[in-house]
Write a new protein. Structure first.
Length: 442
């Protein structure tokens, strides 16, 4: 379960991951609560997620091209420096009186832009840290670290915000990026496992899009990921709405629910790391369980019951994200790795862009209970439709065993490299559902 930790570079990278994710989730909680306190509207919180997701929809393909052409380490370093500067700006703004959400939305947009252009490179670099034979295990352990960082970040936010205000949480996030930048400088270059870059005729945006659209199982998988990411698990909005509304939990209740959700993701990450393989059949099963759980969560009588239902939903969410990310990365040609990761990132961003405002609107107009029940029902139907489609393609059987996934014959074959172990991965970034590679550093 811990074989990735035998790599010096991964141990360094994992440490940076934990530090960065902790700071990131402090900022997520602080920013969402700041927007909600200014506007009193769940729709406004969803709009903040939209502003961070839009750049990935617009610039994601170019981020993939950058990843497949330029040295990943330098691109990731640049992205971290930009994110640190934006977090510092938020801290200065929050220390005064923001007045309105305009500047908060603008910074969310700029942060999303940095994410769109650097995340595919982050995915490639994460694969280079451990090599193909241990990538799946690293992705699973990365989900556990991300969940642990989320718990720590949310818990620290509950302490820092009352003492130093939301500005203190933003400042802590800015400092966390320094740890990532230091690790990037100290990683041993000779121990990296370089992934072949695209040749001159294979570098365009269209090559990656052609591959995705010519691979039916990938289209179905990403389509299901879109529905689940937008309506099935967009709990940043619904947790705030439930806590502020029918459950009467306030800010402390929102923080407690966020921690409960994070605990569930740790359990899901440990389960994913313990498996030898995560199949498409398991993806469908978890999608159904999470969606049914969401329907049930809408009827929760109190904060404790809602948090209890969130635990299995969160665990299943990590298994879902890990499976999708692994299949997308390891079952695609290496020379297209960055662009395929970018395509997955675009799906995640689109789910955040559509789901955040939509769930906020449904929560404001129908009430958060009805919003959860309706969204859960749609997610169940999507899982059933995806299962039928994958069964017709021969990718799963009636007994749930996964068939082999093969790339279309006309697509470029991956360069010779050690055969990867087909297992986990993670997705889900704090501002939406941006795929996470071996670690979740932004």
């Amino acid at each position: 379960m811990l074989r990735s930790l035998r790599h010096h570079n991964y141990r360094m990278w994992a440490t940076a991951d934990l530090i960065s994710v902790t700071g990131t989730w402090m900022q997520v909680l602080a920013l969402n609560w700041l927007i909600l306190s200014i506007t009193g509207s769940a729709t406004s919180v969803g709009l903040g997620l939209l502003m961070q997701a839009v750049p990935t929809l617009l610039l994601g393909p170019w981020g993939g091209v950058i990843a497949d052409r330029l040295p990943a380490r330098q691109v990731v370093m640049t992205g971290q420096i930009v994110q640190a500067a934006l977090s510092t700006t938020l801290a200065f703004m929050a220390s005064g009186d923001p007045g309105s959400t305009t500047w908060l939305y603008m910074i969310s947009f700029l942060s999303g832009t940095a994410t769109a252009l650097s995340s595919p490179s982050l995915g490639r670099f994460g694969a280079e840290v451990v090599g193909p034979e241990d990538l799946s295990n690293a992705l699973s352990l990365g989900s556990v670290l991300s969940s642990a960082g989320r718990i720590l970040g949310m818990s620290l936010a509950g302490v820092v915000i009352p003492l130093a205000g939301v500005a203190g949480a933003f400042a802590a996030d800015a400092v966390s990026f320094a740890g990532v930048i230091i690790v990037l400088a100290l990683i041993r270059k000779r121990e990296l496992h370089p992934i072949p870059r695209a040749e001159a005729g294979e570098r365009g945006v269209s090559a990656g899009l052609r591959y995705v659209f010519r691979t039916p199982w990938m289209l179905v998988t990403l389509g299901l990921a879109f529905v689940l990411g937008s309506l099935g698990r967009n709990y940043q909005v619904t947790m705030a709405a439930m806590s502020e509304g029918p459950l009467n939990g306030g800010a402390s209740g929102y923080g407690a629910l966020s921690v409960a959700f994070a605990v569930g993701t740790v359990l899901g990450g440990l389960y994913a790391a313990s498996r030898a393989r995560l199949s498409l059949a398991l993806l469908l099963a978890m999608a159904s369980v999470c969606s049914i759980g969401q329907m049930i969560s809408g009827g929760s009588a109190n904060l404790l019951m809602f948090g209890a239902v969130l635990l299995p939903i969160a665990a299943g969410a990590v298994v879902i994200d890990t499976t999708v990310s692994t299949r997308v990365q390891l079952d695609s040609p290496a020379i297209l790795r960055g662009r395929v990761i970018a395509a997955q990132g675009m799906v995640g961003a689109a789910s955040g862009a559509a789901g955040g405002p939509l769930l906020g609107f449904l929560s404001d107009s129908l009430g958060p209970r009805a919003a959860l029940s309706l969204a859960g029902t749609i997610s169940v139907l999507a899982a059933l439709a995806a299962g039928y489609a994958l069964w017709r393609m021969g990718k799963i059987t009636l007994f749930g065993r996964a068939a082999a996934v093969t790339a279309p014959a006309e697509d470029p074959a991956p360069p010779a490299e050690p055969a990867p172990v087909p297992v986990p991965a993670l997705a889900a970034g704090p501002g939406g559902t941006v795929p996470e590679p071996a670690v979740a550093v932004r």
